[in-house]
Design a protein around this ligand. Structure first.
Ligand code: FMN
Length: 396
């Protein structure tokens, strides 16, 4: 067992937040801030976590169960846990195992993994690494020709669903990344990198792993016909010219011919539109506070979306999940399951697959304990009667 793995397995790692200092220590500041940070003043980033404090529990006491049932069904897949691992771009920067490690950890835990378009590993390798369902998150980087090619590859590889992210017409400005020279470090010339190099050289363990891994030069799943994989140099500019719009959905449906999750919905209107465009599920999400700063916490937007959809499609949510109690609150407000982003990515940055497994285990144990304390025997039985919601939320 490596030193990093021993640390995440230590009894002092009691909650997901305990993985954060371990991640901060192992990776350079630029990588940690890329993972941890949000857009602009990070108001939405903070609010995503804080909003869970507004919802309180209404437990039913003097009841006990021999076991609690944490299983749920998402897109007709049986999952052992009511949370999936969210798409996290550049996971391979955090640890060489990256996306393959995350998919493997999800599969071992009996849940699903969503692979970001911004992946350093080939989608076929990620799928092969997991024993559970793997979904592909689509940005139209490289336009429809590249999109069609990747959708076909995902189908052939056996991906379980397509997650179309609609909140990224341009990348949000993450100020920490600019200050740390993230762009220069990823894709700049040696001369451009020089001012930011001390940041990286101070983490030799991470640097050696990164170099032995071969670095990340290009996106292996964004293959431009006639040109090959998209170089990292081109990614930000390409994002700005590849916004997904509702007009793309009939084309995406025709290419994919399988279940589609629309990720990035924050209003009832967009939710109804997603249903009209054939979504099988919606993820209520503000991209973990990394896109438009000042939008509400995902939890706050959830009741409006649940009401608008009225049971027509499955509702997922993501943003700010750090504890099992957060997951239970989201399920009480109508989510079928949640996506965890940073909660597992801190573990990945701290010690690869072992760190992700630790994060998943913490959340699993949290869920079991929370259900018992709440007096509810299964996640399927959770509903609004188990929580108090602020009066101002009741309009939804
Ligand atoms: C470092 C990082 C990279 C991300 N990359 C993507 C991405 O490539 N595609 C996407 O749809 N969402 C991406 N997200 C957003 C997550 O899928 C998810 O919506 C968000 O992390 C949820 O918030 P949480 O981190 O508080 O759990 C990313 C999030 C983080 C933290």
């Amino acid at each position: 067992m490596s030193r990093a793995s021993r640390k995440v397995a230590s009894p002092r790692v009691v909650c997901v937040e305990d993985l954060l200092p371990l991640a901060r220590r192992r990776v350079p500041k630029a990588v940690f801030d890329y993972l941890d940070g949000g857009a602009e003043g990070e108001v939405t980033l903070r609010e995503n976590c804080r909003a869970f404090e507004d919802v309180t529990f209404r437990p039913r006491h003097a009841v006990a169960f021999s076991q609690c049932d944490l299983r749920t069904r998402v897109l007709s897949f049986d999952l052992a846990l009511p949370f999936l691992l969210a798409p996290v771009g550049y996971s391979r920067l955090m640890h060489p195992g990256g996306e393959v490690a995350a998919a493997r950890a999800a599969g071992k835990a009996g849940t699903a993994y969503i692979l970001s378009t911004i992946s350093g590993h080939k989608l076929e390798d990620v799928k092969a690494g997991s024993s559970g369902p793997v979904l592909y998150q689509l940005y139209l980087l490289g336009g429809r020709a590249a999109g069609e090619a990747v959708i076909e590859r995902a189908r052939v590889a056996g991906f379980a669903g397509l997650v179309v992210t609609i909140d990224t017409p341009v990348s949000g400005i993450r100020e920490r990344d600019h200050r740390n020279g993230m762009k220069e470090l990823i894709s700049g010339s040696l001369l451009q990198k020089i001012p930011f190099l001390p940041n990286i050289l101070s983490h030799p363990g991470w640097l050696i792993g990164f170099l032995l891994d071969g670095g990340i030069q290009a996106l292996p799943n964004v293959v431009i016909p006639g040109k090959g994989p998209m170089p990292l140099l081109d990614v930000n500019a390409a994002l700005a010219s590849s916004a997904v719009t509702w007009a793309d959905f009939s084309w995406i449906r025709d290419c994919w011919r399988g279940p589609i999750v629309v990720k990035g919905v924050l209003t009832g209107d967009d939710a109804r539109r997603a249903v009209d465009e054939g979504a099988a599920a919606i993820s209520v999400s503000n991209h973990g506070g990394r896109q438009l700063d000042g939008v509400p916490a995902s939890l706050r937007a959830l009741p409006e979306v649940v009401a608008a959809v009225n049971g027509q499609v499955e509702i997922l949510m993501d943003g700010g999940i750090r504890r099992g109690t957060d997951i239970v609150k989201a399920l009480c407000l109508g989510a079928r399951a949640v996506l965890c982003g940073r909660a597992y990515a801190y573990g990945l940055a701290a010690s690869g697959e072992a760190g992700i497994a630790r994060a998943i285990e913490i959340l699993r144990a949290d869920l079991d304990r929370t259900l018992r304390l709440l007096g509810c025997s299964s996640v399927a039985a959770l509903d609004r009667s188990y929580v108090n919601v602020p009066k101002s939320w009741e309009r939804c």
